[in-house]
Design a protein around this ligand. Sequence first.
Ligand code: HEM
Ligand SMILES: *[C@@H]1O[C@H](CO)[C@@H](O)[C@H](O)[C@H]1NC(C)=O
Ligand SMILES: *[C@@H]1O[C@H](CO)[C@@H](O)[C@H](O)[C@H]1NC(C)=O
Length: 508
Amino acid sequence: MLSSLTLASAFLALCIACVAANIARQLLFPNKKEPPVVFHWLPWLGSAVSYGRDPYKFLFAARAKHGDVFTFVLLGRNVTVHLGIAGNDFVFNGKETHVNAEEIYGPLCTPVFGEDVVYDCPNAKLMEQKKFVKFGLTTEALKVHVRLIEHEVVDYIKVSREFKGPSGIVNVPPVIAQITIFTAASALQGPEVRSKLTNEFASLYHDLDGGFSPINFVLPHAPFPHNIKRDRAQLTMRKIYEGIIADRRAGKLPPTTDMISHLMQCSYKDGRPVPDKEISNMMITILMAGQHNSSNVASWIMLHLANEPRICEELYQEQLDQLADENGNLPELELRDMEKLQLHSSVVKETLRMHNAIHSIMRLVKRPLPVPGTPWTVPPGHAVLASPGISANSEEYFPNPTKWDPHRWDNRGIEEDDESEMVDYGYGRMSRGTKSAYLPFGGGRHRCIGEKFAYLNLEVITAVMVRNFRFKNIDGREGVPGTDYSTMFSRPLEPAEICWERRSAEGA
Ligand code: HEM
Ligand SMILES: *[C@@H]1O[C@H](CO)[C@@H](O)[C@H](O)[C@H]1NC(C)=O
Ligand SMILES: *[C@@H]1O[C@H](CO)[C@@H](O)[C@H](O)[C@H]1NC(C)=O
């Protein structure tokens, strides 16, 4: 009894000593060769709580105090943040030998995506895999996608209980999550996967998705039930894809020209065809990767349209002006139509600006990394963090940044790709993005290859919703819901309900 009491007080004393040492070190011995450290009371935990609760608020507050470059402690890791356009460049375009993505993302992502792909292979191989997928998203493929996406949304509206009758109230995020998984599966995954999605795949998808729970940043391999389910789902899903590939090879399934077929014809530079296991895991990656980001952005679009019905009517009018026949009927959507819908595109752009799903892009520092224009060097072992969402929501680049205003893009024109900015990391030429305050798809060698598809998907979903419904906020409610950061993805706080009313009289 006495000894356990002694032990407890000794332990307490030790804890107090650690906390005191942590505080004293920050206040008395700041390291002048490294960026300033955000003050934190507790060692190891550091700023995890305030960062986790609202990363943008935390980053804006730290910027106000320390400027664009500072370090904070996150669960035992030193994270050096570099904000602003220079910071985006610093992180996105850092040399491969100096900053590394796979060591940061691998533990979380590899059990979900599977072996030998993305972060479970050398960077050069990822570059080839990104090329395969990007080159599979040809104009021909996108033409087909527009039609498939439209059909999915139209069918959903027809059969869903959520949209019965002339008007109603809907909680946006779960409905949009279903719509986006159907559209992405139908367009990117092919008919077999789409047909399985309503039954066996649905729970597999759910289990696999459980692998993205935030605790897995710290304990990705702990034998929690969600990790056991994740691993079982990954294997089962891979086997299903391998079965589809085998059946297609054997000619048992009708020939198609979708992503699976495209990947079946791809070979690495050394002449080796992509193994079935890797095709399967790439397909799983595509299924998982774009999903949350697209679903959240689509939800935010609906919520903003309900909050500003005037823009919703402008969108509808844009479709009538650009696409309707002489009787005022709207035709099925085509890829070439989407280019005419400028305001639709601005709505997607503006929503990506305000609700960038990705608040933090991280890399692990492998070699001492001097921060240009400062006396500081970031030592190996730190993570570096860029947050393009910060510049996209800063007054200096986007006046009145908290206002959702699609028309702000009207006169901005298309930010033409500047020749001196173009690079090719092995998956096609693209902008380095070093001069842009707006990088919702990242930059550099890890830049998104799903951007074109993501845009198209979001524009078509928006167009179909707008031609079928009017939206408005529930009486007495103003603005859009707040943001829930608890899941790593910036999603609307639920319930996020809006009113819808069918336009049927107008014939769409
Ligand atoms: C609104 C939708 C989307 C957003 C906002 C988005 C955003 C991003 C961002 C910011 C990155 C860079 C990550 C980093 O540098 O660490 C990225 C990478 C990537 N995205 Fe997307 N994405 C979207 C949809 C998609 C879709 C639909 C696909 C699949 C076709 C996709 C596939 C990828 C892949 C393969 C990477 C590369 C990862 C790497 O090289 O490390 N994304 N995306
Ligand atoms: C974080 O930085 C502090 C101070 O520079 C250092 O003492 C500590 O070892 C670092 N921790 C890690 C995990 O790199
Ligand atoms: C979606 O967002 C997460 C972070 O929130 C990011 O790591 C991931 O790369 C994005 N997915 C894709 C495929 O764009």
